[in-house]
Structure formats: C-alpha cells, structure tokens
Design a protein. Structure first.
Length: 126
C-alpha cells in the first residue's frame, strides 16, 4: 500500500471534519458518517466517541475497508485498529486537544475517553 502524499496529509489534517464510509460485506458503501480527524506524523486517525459499540465503528468490522473524504481528498482506505493505550494514545489525545480543544468540555471530552481511545482507527490509503 502506498502512503499518503504530503498534500493529502496537509489537507486531511487541516480539515475540520472527515466523512467516512465503510464497506459492507457485499462491497457496497454504507452512508457517510461525519467525524473529527487528526494527523500524527505521516498517519491519519479517527475515533468512535461511542467506542466499539458505535454503529459506524461496528460497520468497519465487516471488511476493514472504506472511503473517506476530507479537505478535498477522496480516497479508498483500510482501517487499522490502534487503541493501544500507550504512547500513540497519548499523542493522539494531544492532537485532538490541540485541534478541537476549543469546543465545550462535554463535547470535546467525548473523544478522549477510554472508550473512544480503545476505538481508534488509523486510516491507510489503498
């Protein structure tokens, strides 16, 4: 799999939101879901505020593939589970805080809970 280009990373990383569509078992795309997105180095991440029980997150389990749109980038991706609870989680919490910390605590706080941290996906272009 090829990685993200510098331009794609910049555009996705600076986008306020990302639209994600996962593939169903039959290969068709589910309806898009809008969410927050952060960049960490050469990688792009999303989290489910409802954890692994969130409907869109459960939808990613069928094929671990889908499509994203953000910052003018429209790309097929693979979903890679992260949720390690370690250094990556800390860096992503900081990235979410830097990008979205201006939102009220009851909104922003939902993205840095243990439940959301455990439902973190790295988006890999395919």
């Amino acid at each position: 799999m090829a990685g993200w280009t510098d331009d794609e990373l910049e555009r996705i990383g600076s986008a306020e939101e990302l639209n994600l569509q996962s593939l169903r078992g039959d290969g068709t795309l589910r309806d898009p879901v809008t969410m927050w997105v952060v960049r960490d180095g050469d990688d792009v991440y999303v989290r489910s505020v409802k954890g692994a029980q969130g409907p869109w997150f459960r939808g990613t389990r069928s094929r671990l593939e889908g499509r994203i749109r953000a910052g003018g980038v429209d790309k097929d991706v693979a979903f890679v589970d992260v949720g390690d609870g370690g250094e990556t989680t800390s860096r992503l919490d900081a990235a979410y805080r830097a990008k979205y910390g201006r939102y009220p605590a009851d909104i922003f706080g939902s993205i840095v809970t243990p439940q959301a941290q455990a439902a973190t996906l790295r988006l890999v272009p395919r």
